[in-house]
Design a protein around this ligand. Structure first.
Ligand SMILES: [Zn+2]
Length: 411
């Protein structure tokens, strides 16, 4: 078999294209595969697919998958056509997307690597520049977003993510499994712009929007979804976090006051109070049991928090309301300032909490997404701007179909 035939097979080059020559650049260890277009075959405009006259040819080259561990380039004189309607255009080549300097199979390889490693690592591994790899990633995301099926979920989860030392935020909307939308900021329009983009049928399908007790998200939901108020469900993990923060504020104030009198009982106990009721080491458990039975303000705040954690099990809305109201009454008379304040917040948001109790919205999936966004953020130290961070989230968590169609992975 001649090497041109071999390469025609390896590269799957088919008529009207054929492998004309294979050139091994010895010192560089590079294979250049010259591909030619059959001059007898009529040319078509890439835009309208009409047979049109040829214009000239331009030499182009594409990086392809390595062959025999040698960097491999496809080189071709690509005809340009002169379409009466679309002007002078380069004809479509079957191995690469328009405008790319890489074959579709090579782009697919880069996309596979990017699932596992940072842009920088992939660039180094494949001998590419940072921006070449970044370009492949950006194109993959654009392709994936363009191909995406219309959104058909009945439940949304909205979350805010701090980005770059807490001064910037991203709003992330998911269906619990995949990220559907990422926007800068955490303003009303950060969520509103997404809800606005939905069709009336899509809006009607949405039964729950799980979120933090964050007013701009509440307003956006009320404004853009029919019966929005009934659909707001405050995420139990966010609510639990606020209870934890209130317990910790009580503990810090009390510890400061006790320490002044030489009482160090609360020293080093922060995480005893914050963790849930799961198993502890025996020694820790004894120490903690002893501590929480004492007349401590922190112990009372902790008891409130633990009670709140058990108020998510109701299946009946009236019983749930009674349970929460009992807790709110306790908080109001607790004389623990952070708990009094949190009680007011919870009272103002009670209907959305009861919605969440009834919806049984499980945020475990959304929480899993959160952890993965966290990992992207860690890796994102190398991101050069916010848009790249957003696209990285779509790339990894959007559930998108990312490969070029010509890579044959199926669009
Ligand atoms: Zn045309």
């Amino acid at each position: 078999m001649r090497d041109t035939d071999l390469y025609a097979r390896i590269l799957n080059v088919q008529a009207p294209w054929s492998v004309e020559d294979v050139e091994l650049d010895q010192p560089g260890g590079e294979v250049r595969v010259h591909v030619a277009h059959d001059g007898g075959v009529p040319l078509v405009c890439p835009e309208c697919q009409q047979a049109v006259p040829g214009y000239d040819t331009r030499q182009r080259q594409w990086r392809h998958l390595d062959t025999c561990q040698l960097r491999t380039l496809l080189v071709a004189d690509v005809p340009r056509v002169n379409c009466p309607e679309h002007g002078v255009r380069q004809i479509d080549v079957p191995w690469a997307e328009e405008g790319s300097r890489f074959t579709a199979l090579f782009e697919a390889l880069v996309i596979d690597w990017l699932q596992e490693a940072s842009i920088q690592a992939v660039a180094k591994r494949l001998g590419l520049s940072w921006s070449a790899v970044d370009g492949i990633l950006q194109r993959a995301v654009n392709r994936g977003l363009a191909r995406r099926e219309p959104i058909a979920t009945g439940a949304l989860a909205v979350d805010e993510k701090a980005y770059k030392k807490r001064h910037n935020y991203l709003t992330v909307v998911s269906d619990g499994t995949h990220v559907l939308h990422v926007a800068e900021g955490r303003r009303e329009d950060s969520l509103g712009s997404f809800l606005q983009s939905l069709t009336p049928a899509q809006k009607h399908r949405i039964q729950w929007v799980s979120m933090d007790m964050w007013n701009p998200f509440i307003q956006a939901t009320i404004k853009h979804l029919p019966h929005g108020t009934r659909k707001i469900a405050f995420d139990r993990f966010h609510v639990a976090k606020q209870f934890n923060e209130a317990v910790d504020r009580v503990r810090r104030t009390e510890h400061k006051a006790l320490a002044k009198t030489g009482d160090e009982r609360l020293k080093g106990t922060k995480y005893h109070w914050l963790r849930g009721g799961g198993p502890r080491k025996e020694a820790d458990q004894e120490q903690f049991d002893q501590l929480r039975r004492q007349e401590l303000r922190t112990a009372r705040a902790w008891a409130i928090k633990e009670t709140a954690a058990n108020l998510w099990v109701y299946r009946n809305r009236d019983s749930a309301r009674n349970g929460w109201n009992r807790l709110l009454a306790w908080m109001a008379r607790s004389r623990l300032q952070p708990m009094v304040k949190l009680g007011q917040t919870v009272r103002n948001h009670l209907s959305g909490i009861l919605n969440a109790v009834m919806a049984e919205t499980s945020n475990s999936l959304a929480e899993n997404l959160n952890n993965r966004i966290q990992k992207i953020k860690v890796r994102a130290n190398g991101f050069r701007n916010l848009n790249r961070m957003i696209n990285a989230i779509y790339f990894h968590l959007g559930g998108l179909s990312l490969y070029p169609a010509k890579a044959g992975h199926g669009a």
